[in-house]
Design a protein around this ligand. Structure first.
Ligand SMILES: C[S@@+](CC[C@H](N)C(=O)[O-])C[C@H]1O[C@@H](n2cnc3c(N)ncnc32)[C@H](O)[C@@H]1O
Length: 1011
């Protein structure tokens, strides 16, 4: 079908059906701590997509719509079937909600399931039938490689392109080595890793002594246990005494659930201007402290240990910029047969730090001359600014002297060892070994620098990229680099183990060709016009991750460990970023007065690059090829940019599949809306004759209908309401993008955003109709907005952008809610206020009531404060809105003690204020009860305690207004379903601890945070 027209092309599976819910379940299972796929543990890369979604996107993009469902589902790795996967997950969700323990009803995770040769043969034959050959899949922005890895595992010819050299280095080891060398590489790398480490230990062991500590730890600590890691505080001169005082946000060293808490307790010698620590536990007992010592750092501000005075943030920043921030060792974690123990620093520890300092001073010059340590200046950027403000100007400044000493030795010894490795293993295998060992250096850097903190809840060292930034860490930890099983030994094993697991992932027996190119996806020069069948891409999402700024942290090390082998990737000072498709305002600040102008220019740049990426995709794609885009974002602007770029590049959207990638149980907490989904958008080259479409009533009602239909379908498929909303944008765009351009009847071009607004409104209105069967006539827009927030975001705390998506439908913006006193907003975070939080201390007096109703008038007496006018009191004579009245009613019920007395009091209130069955207040209450997220329904939950109005309304609805409230009984897992699933067999369990979250040293990245 090469060169075929859009009309002639057969429907692809992804254009017709996709078991999106089951795929979502597998994505969620992939994310559970300690069980992540090996590619994610191998090396840090940000915003990696789940393998389950990536495989589904690839496979469904190359198969025909009539492909057998059972074979497809097996190829996705589902245990049993999609239906079984969904049912098993439902059982788990119900069990969690009712705190019931059940045997894990799932089989092994999809990414680990065997890939059967028979199924691959059926899929390849079907794909060849429609494409004329085995289709090639390109990911032009491959990042950490989830998409090309899955394509290669399916035995499809695969091309991966990526702009960033660090990602390229990760891709090479992920896409090439496992298929070329298999697990053998791990064995060889382990052998050489041991040799490398031995040389390292020979030189570095003297700097990590084991001081005699039995006197401190007691008899059972003989011989003295070796340090595992050292915990430091950043220090700042006290403004009054000028003594260095520590900035410690939490003195806990261990704070594990159910276990005892251990703290470092500062002991200050004021006259001497010094301090040290003693290690204490917190429990009831003679030797224990009752509570942790007061923190000396919070939100940028400090407290002096010497004077107790507050240290302003500006002081700390100014000292940092003058290079006056110090570091002080305040605790040492020890490895003992009985587990972790702690002790304060001993003279031996401090002397070792000093001698490391002296040694570094001696070696540093030579290392700089040989270019072994990263002296590059850190450029000013969106994320690096934080470092610069703290006086970190060069990448070497991220490390303490002893840390840097270790890195210099690691690098030097690796280079020294290289000839022996190549001589013994040959160039091909030898270089792959060196590559894995280079990753061990990166792993060390990520957890052994001044931005890696000790995580007391888990008793482990955290990593720099806990979040997608370089946020300042007031305390940090340093590995005891030579300790057996820790330090460098851990880093080597972690890199090799990640690789080994990767190489053992099941894949198609016949190896298809896999090619990797480095360059911008805006110009894929090695690819001929119309030469490719399928492109599957997961592009950057606006300003969500500043890849090159973050990647520089690793680039400067990889350049030194791998640059000789890949000069084409590692010859620039830092990562190139001119063609990076991200919105980075800091790159547009020069010559611009206002921040918002820089932001606008950055947005234009991002959108231009995205359009170029898609235009290039169109050039290399066969006219009947498919472009599948995976996109994760909740900001409407990001969606608009994506759709506008696709349309401008000549694509039309043909299908949309939101896949929930965030666990439902986190939504149950309802404190925060953590909903996360990846939307898979399918697009095709638009027919040459698409022409101009008119944004008339017909097109608008088609968009509305498409959006509403989708929201309804996604709701029945169990997707959360935010995903239902975002998922409706694609179908709206299917209508809109069928044309080259859309205009109004007066000839003005219609922006994509207008169509998205219509879709968002349609979904919001549909949702209101679902919640309020009797309608919400007479209910004020702000109450409707608040209702939509509960119903859609299902949490009391959410992000501004998510709420913004909802406001349009009721003709309001988030600011109006704030203005109405219903929410609080701090930066990007929005919190809904409970009835209790809105309660005024005293009821309104008569003239004040007049002001609340009619506004302040001249001569009306003392003016009521605006903040008070927006509050409520159960004895207020009047209320501004139906929501105020409903909340006051709930307060009356609670004040009277609930139950019968509460109902009695509420009845009196209703009579006084004329609240009756069917009126606007009652209809609003009914709708709010429908919208209530599970956490506010549960009797003893923290959220129900914070928002008791929901349970109050629930209790009063029947006795007072004769309407049945929704059924809020926790059902627990369905026993019948449990029996049914257990009869259908349980696969080898790889996740027996499904409900238990464990901290895992190898979890390289916190959940992606969408902005
Ligand atoms: C969302 S990430 C891809 C993540 C990947 N799917 C994974 O699972 O690891 C987007 C990637 O696009 C890359 N990128 C940004 N601009 C690019 C460009 N102009 N050409 C190619 N890649 C680019 C970034 O470096 C980043 O790795």
């Amino acid at each position: 079908m090469e060169g075929g027209t859009g009309a002639a092309r057969p429907r692809l599976l992804i254009e017709d059906w996709l078991p999106a819910t089951a795929i979502g379940v597998e994505c969620i299972r992939e994310r559970s701590t300690g069980q992540q796929p090996p590619d994610k543990r191998f090396h840090v890369w940000w915003a990696r997509r789940p393998l389950a979604a990536s495989r589904a996107a690839v496979l469904a993009s190359v198969l025909p719509a009539d492909f057998p469902r059972d074979v497809f589902e097996r190829l996705l790795g589902f245990y049993g079937s999609a239906d079984r996967v969904v049912k098993a997950e439902q059982l788990l969700v119900d069990a969690r909600a009712s705190a019931k323990k059940i045997k894990n009803p799932h089989g092994s995770r999809a990414f680990r399931a065997p890939i059967h040769a028979k199924d691959i043969a059926v899929a390849h034959a079907a794909a060849k039938r429609i494409w004329g050959h085995l289709p090639t899949v390109l990911d032009p922005m491959a990042g950490g490689g989830s998409i090309p890895l899955e394509s290669a595992r399916l035995g499809l010819p695969t091309l991966a392109n990526e702009y960033n050299p660090v990602a390229c280095s990760v891709l090479e080891a992920t896409l090439d080595y496992p298929f070329r060398f298999g697990p053998k590489l791990a064995d060889v790398a382990r052998r050489w890793g041991a040799v490398w480490r031995k040389r390292f230990v020979e030189r570095m062991d003297q700097f990590f002594p084991t001081p005699e500590s039995a006197a401190l730890l007691g008899e059972d600590a003989a011989p003295s246990p070796p340090p595992l890691c050292y915990i430091f505080a950043r220090t700042v001169p006290c403004p009054t005494t000028r003594h260095q005082t520590p900035l410690v946000p939490d003195w806990h060293l261990l704070k594990q659930k159910g276990g005892i808490a251990v703290v470092a307790n500062p002991v200050v010698d004021k006259p001497a201007g010094t301090w040290t620590t003693e290690i204490r536990s917190i429990e009831v007992g003679s030797d224990a402290l009752a509570a942790a010592p007061l923190r000396t750092y919070s939100k940028g501000k400090g407290i002096s240990l010497f004077t107790g005075e507050a240290i302003p943030a500006e002081w700390i920043k100014a000292q940092a910029q003058q290079g006056k921030l110090g570091s002080a060792l305040y605790a040492v974690a020890l490895k003992t047969p009985k587990g972790l123990r702690f002790r304060p620093p001993l003279p031996g520890d401090l002397e070792a730090l000093e001698s490391a300092d002296t040694q570094l001073a001696q070696w540093r010059g030579g290392w700089e001359a040989k270019n072994l340590i990263p002296t590059e200046i850190i450029p000013d950027g969106a994320k690096t600014r934080e470092l610069m403000q703290r006086g970190i100007k060069r990448w070497v400044d991220m490390f303490s002297s002893r840390q840097l000493l270790g890195f210099g030795v690691m690098m030097e010894e690796l280079h020294t060892l290289r000839p022996s490795i190549i001589a013994k293993e040959g160039e091909e295998l030898g270089e792959a070994v060196l590559h894995l060992l280079a990753f061990a250096i990166d792993k060390m850097a990520n957890r052994n620098c001044k931005s890696a903190t000790w995580i007391c809840q888990a008793g482990i060292v955290g990593q720099v990229f806990q979040r997608h930034d370089f946020s300042f860490k007031a305390t940090y930890s340093e590995f005891a680099a030579c300790v057996a099983g820790g330090g460098l030994a851990w880093a080597i094993e972690s890199a090799i183990d990640g690789y080994e697991e990767l190489s053992k992932l099941p894949h198609a027996v016949a190896r298809a060709s896999t090619e990797l190119t480095q360059g911008s996806a805006t110009s894929l020069i090695s690819l001929a016009d119309h030469s490719l069948d399928a492109i599957v891409v997961d592009p950057p999402y606006s300003d969500n991750v500043q890849y090159s700024e973050l990647a520089d942290f690793f680039y400067v090390w990889l350049k030194r460990s791998q640059g000789y082998r890949r000069p084409e990737w590692f010859s620039s000072v830092l990562c190139e970023n001119s063609e990076e498709a991200v919105k980075n305002d800091s790159r547009f600040r020069v010559g611009v007065k206002k921040a918002k102008d820089a932001a606008a220019a950055a947005q234009v740049h991002y959108q231009r690059l995205m359009t170029q990426v898609f235009s290039e995709a169109r050039r290399v794609l066969r006219t009947d090829g498919v472009l599948t885009v995976m996109f994760t974002h909740k900001k409407q602007e990001a969606w608009e940019a994506l759709f506008a770029s696709l349309i401008e590049a000549g694509f039309t959207i043909t299908a949309t599949w939101p896949v929930m990638t965030e666990g439902a149980h986190s939504l149950h907490q309802a404190k925060k809306n953590a909903a996360q989904s990846t939307v898979i958008l399918v697009s095709r080259v638009r027919a040459a004759s698409a022409g101009i479409g008119y944004f008339d009533a017909r097109m608008q009602s088609e968009i509305k209908a498409a959006a509403e239909r989708t929201a309804e379908r996604l709701a029945t498929e169990g997707l959360n309401p935010v995903d239902q909303l975002v998922g409706s944008f694609g179908p709206a765009m299917e209508v809109f993008s069928a044309h080259d351009q859309v205009k109004t009847d007066t000839g003005e071009t219609v922006a994509v955003g207008q169509a998205i607004d219509i879709a968002a409104d349609a979904v919001a209105n549909w949702r209101i109709r679902q919640l309020a069967k009797g309608g919400l006539a007479g209910v004020e827009p702000e109450a409707q907005f608040a209702l939509l927030c509960w119903a859609t975001l299902r949490a009391a705390e959410f992000r501004f952008n998510e709420a913004k998506l909802l406001g349009h439908a009721v003709g309001m913006d988030v600011g109006t809610l704030e203005h109405a006193g219903l929410i609080t907003r701090k930066a990007d975070k929005v919190n809904i206020l409970s009835a209790a939080a809105r309660r005024r201390e005293t009821p309104l007096r008569e003239e004040e009531a007049q002001q609340v109703l009619f506004g302040w008038t001249q001569g009306g007496g003392k003016r009521l404060k605006r903040a008070d006018a927006l509050k409520i009191h159960p004895r207020d004579p009047v209320f501004r809105t139906h929501l105020d009245r409903a909340q006051a009613l709930a307060l009356v019920y609670s004040d009277a003690g609930g139950d019968a007395a509460g109902i009695g009091a509420a009845k009196g209130f209703s009579a006084r204020h004329g609240i009756k069955t069917g009126d606007a207040t009652v209809r609003l209450i009914e709708a709010l009860l429908q919208a209530a997220p599970p956490a506010v329904r549960r009797e003893k939950s923290e959220m129900a305690g914070k928002f008791p109005e929901f349970r109050a309304w629930h209790a009063m609805l029947q006795p007072m207004f004769g309407t049945s409230p929704p059924d809020w009984m926790e059902k627990g897992p369905d026993q019948h379903m449990l029996d049914l699933l257990s009869r259908s067999g349980t696969a080898p369990e790889d996740d027996a601890a499904e409900g238990i979250e464990q901290a895992d040293e190898d979890d390289e990245e916190e959940d992606e945070e969408e902005e």
